[in-house]
Design a binder for this molecule. Structure first.
Ligand code: HEM
Length: 531
């Protein structure tokens, strides 16, 4: 029997406060009871016509959208880009007619999303992983997205390999156990990844925070001027806060206390008014084969040497506003490499072209066909388009122009019409066979060796330790293949990894002899070095 007195005592006091707004349903009806379902009698079965309960529960059941297939764990902020109006000492108009760069001091609002790559939406931010650095600028010419990472290069140079690479980096699909052997199995058959692996297993693979890391477009783009002439460009963001990376031990220490240190660091810095800034640099190269280089300029596993292609400052970014609704503004943010403005173009970098298909394709699935109507993704300029309808279409009718009944083009009766070209078009010419073929200057090891030699001593020591600890868990064929690749990059590099693996295997065998679970204990995350 229900205890009436107890129920009364248990009721939450309902004191009305004048400054609090009354709750409504999404239909605008007042909600007078948000605590109790309607039942038949005190203890009887619940009735099913209870509209508010059904709406509350069914909306909750649908409140997650699919997480990003990669870069699921992330955070973001808002701010602005301020152009210097020049590139180095030259007027920027010499190279590009993009308005976002013209007129020194001009600001364009922007949003940024930082991320890790392989982990799930709530995975630890201390993972050894490249960090995503995606910027969406709301320019006067419409949106420009620069979707990059912190390491300036990438694992592979052909988009065809991306799905396989990500499968290898994610947990075993049968057991869901993270297993670095899968990754090294893939990498040992993909030597173009050795340069990126060299960065990733050094302290550069765990930036201390998002505020203390560089960003880079990685892929090669073009800048186009009024005459339709183009140059190749690479973009780089340099943090004014300085660069700071973590050792595996430091990362493990943080991870034992929180999985969200980087999100918290960025959010709290902005709350305190300590606004992070990055300077934007470009490297410029003539669009050519460049016989004098020992690598292909369109190969994203390579750095463009700074002595030949200096970093030229073009502007700065300031982040001064936190999100107020993480799901709406960060989770639904949709970036893509195809989102360029007039004065920019695609290079023939195969990765860039492959990526350009993938981003908007996944966003149509992840956020929906009308993902560009979500406020964070909408340009701040006029949108005038006949691409309408579909699920959750809630355009402003003005997007269809003065006469929404003419939703086609061309027409003599009205509706939207094609815009004028602003400058001369950039029209590259091609005369070649269509074929599937690797590039002819792979040079998989040269820059990996240089990067290894350029590290500071402690960075090299960390690299060897991290690689040895993880590779000791792989089978011998993979260990041998990896040592071969490292030796090709630099003999000293290969020798140290070989010795490190041997020492770690011995240590694990001793631990097993003593009854301590050695091999299994090391496997704490997909790239975790198990210090
Ligand atoms: C996110 C595909 C290479 C940086 C994504 C997403 C996909 C994808 C499907 C999820 C997008 C979303 O759900 O909104 C690919 C493919 C690649 C590739 C097919 C190669 C062929 C790269 C490279 C970089 C990169 C080389 C770095 C330069 C990012 C970043 C994000 C991302 C930063 C997260 C964007 C955000 O914060 O929403 N990528 N990616 N990706 N990718 Fe790639």
């Amino acid at each position: 029997m229900a205890d009436k007195n107890y129920q009364k005592e248990n009721e939450i006091p309902r004191e009305k406060e004048a400054d609090r707004e009354p709750m409504t349903t999404r239909q605008g009806h007042p909600v007078t009871d948000n605590q109790n379902m309607r039942t038949i009698g005190d203890r009887g079965p619940a009735t099913m016509e209870n509209y508010h309960f059904l709406e509350k529960m069914s909306h909750f059941d649908r409140e997650e959208v699919p997480e990003r297939v990669v870069h699921a764990r992330g955070t973001g902020a808002f701010g602005y880009f301020e152009t210097y109006g020049k590139v180095g000492d030259e007027p920027v108009e010499k190279y590009t007619r993009a308005k976002v760069f013209s007129g020194a001091g001009k600001r364009s609002p922007l949003m940024v999303r930082y991320s890790t790559v392989a982990g799930a939406k709530d995975s630890p931010e201390t993972e050894r992983d490249p960090r995503g650095f995606a910027v969406k600028m709301y320019t006067e010419d419409g949106n420009w997205d620069l979707v990059g990472n912190n390491l300036k290069i990438f694992f592979i140079r052909d988009a065809m390999k991306f799905p396989g690479m990500i499968h290898a980096f994610k947990p075993d699909p049968a057991s869901n156990i993270p297993d670095p052997t899968r990754m090294f199995d893939f990498v040992s058959r993909s030597p173009e990844a050795i340069h990126m692996i060299t960065f990733l297993f050094s302290p550069w693979g765990i930036p201390a925070t998002y505020r203390h890391m560089q960003g880079s477009g990685v892929n090669t783009y073009k800048w186009v001027n009024d005459e339709g002439e183009a140059v190749l460009v690479k973009y780089h963001w340099e943090p004014k806060q300085g660069i700071r990376n973590l050792t595996q031990e430091e990362a493990d220490e943080i991870q034992s206390k929180t999985v969200a240190h980087a999100t918290e660091d960025l959010y709290m810095a902005i709350e305190r008014g300590n606004y992070p800034e990055w300077e934007l640099f470009v490297q410029i190269m003539e669009d050519d084969y460049h016989e004098e280089l020992d690598f292909d300029p369109l190969d994203d596993t390579k750095l463009w040497p700074e002595d030949k292609f200096p970093w030229l400052p073009v502007g700065k970014m300031v982040l001064n506003e936190n999100p107020t609704d993480f799901h709406a503004q960060i989770e639904q943010a949709s970036f893509g490499t195809g989102v360029l403005v007039d004065g920019m173009d695609f290079s023939d970098d195969k990765m860039l072209i492959g990526r350009t298909f993938s981003y908007s394709d996944t966003q149509r699935y992840r956020v929906g066909a009308n993902y560009l109507q979500v406020p964070v993704n909408r340009p701040k300029t006029n949108v005038r388009t006949n691409q309408h309808r579909g699920q959750l279409d809630h355009r402003d009718p003005s997007e269809m122009g003065d006469d929404p009944s003419i939703n086609y083009e061309p027409s003599m009766r009205g509706g939207l019409e094609e815009a004028e070209e602003r400058g001369k078009p950039h029209q590259p010419t091609y005369n070649a066979e269509a074929l599937s073929k690797p590039i002819d200057r792979p040079n998989n090891y040269g820059q990996a060796g240089e990067t290894y030699r350029n590290f500071e001593d402690w960075e090299r020591d960390e690299l060897i330790k991290n690689l040895s600890n993880v590779l000791a868990q792989s089978d011998e064929r993979i260990q041998e293949a990896m040592v071969y690749h490292f030796t090709q990059a630099d003999e000293d590099y290969g020798r140290h990894v070989k010795e490190g693996i041997k020492a770690k295997v011995k240590e694990m065998e001793q631990m097993e002899d003593e009854g301590v679970p050695g091999r299994e204990a090391g496997q704490k995350s997909k790239f975790g070095a198990g210090t």
